[in-house]
Ligand binder design. Structure first.
Ligand code: AMP
Length: 215
């Protein structure tokens, strides 16, 4: 099964796709993670993307589409979940063309909906291990020792784009560019809206039930 998972920042796309890749044995393609890794490794892509991530703005389509194309071309038949791509209607149209060229198709498009107040709380309280990427929350899921990852002892930090002023820009970018994708994918069919509130397990169960898959 090939999937698209989208929704506002803080909806839990990363958390839910981590479960999907584990239980369905598919590959995660997270443009956000790829950009962050490129920035960390100081690659050419990282240099180009950094200013946009730091500001909470979308990376230009010419860069993002090329990155996704490169990965989709190397899949070798492996099933995948696109997490955070597409993020606007132009990217969705580019993806459609690319999938056609590569003889691939999307089976389901999942949209995670979470009310604004909860998004703000999740984003502002989110902390991430610098080393292994495990996600925490200052109130809901703090690490056992403050600032230290339970899994790998790495440093637990706030993502630079989870700072309050950047969160606002990201949510604006979402409203302007990504939210219109709902109508785009509703019209395309195989669109499923999932209530993204509640525990990780509850959301995952809703998702798999709606997709009619057993995990
Ligand atoms: P995320 O981890 O999905 O919240 O993405 C973090 C940041 O990466 C976003 O705020 C954008 O700056 C950038 N980004 C991720 N995916 C895309 C995309 N499909 N198009 C443009 N920028 C993206």
């Amino acid at each position: 099964m090939n999937l698209i998972l989208f929704g506002p920042p803080g909806a839990g796309k990363g958390t839910q796709s981590a479960l999907l890749i584990e239980r369905l044995n598919i590959q995660q393609i997270s443009t956000g993670d790829l950009f962050r890794a490129a920035i960390k490794n100081k690659t050419e892509l990282g240099t180009k993307a950094k200013e946009f991530l730091d500001a909470g703005k979308l990376v230009p389509d010419s860069i993002t589409n090329g990155l996704v194309e490169e990965i989709l071309r190397k899949l070798n038949g492996k099933r995948f979940v696109l997490d955070g791509f597409p993020r606007n209607v132009d990217q969705a149209a580019a993806l459609e063309k690319l999938l056609e060229t590569l003889h691939l198709k999307i089976d389901k498009t999942l949209f995670l909906e979470v009310p604004m107040e909860l998004l703000l709380n999740r984003l502002a309280g989110r902390r991430v291990c610098k080393n292994c990427g495990t996600t925490y929350h200052v109130q809901a899921k703090p690490p056992h020792n403050a600032g230290v990852c339970d899994v790998c002892d790495g440093e637990v930090l706030q993502r630079p784009d989870d700072k309050e002023e950047v969160i606002r820009t990201r949510l604006e970018a979402y409203d302007k560019s990504t939210r219109p994708l709902k109508d785009y994918y509703k019209a395309a069919g195989q669109f499923i809206e999932i209530d993204g509130t509640g525990s990780t397990d509850a959301v995952f169960e809703r998702m798999t039930k709606a997709m009619q898959v057993k995990c």
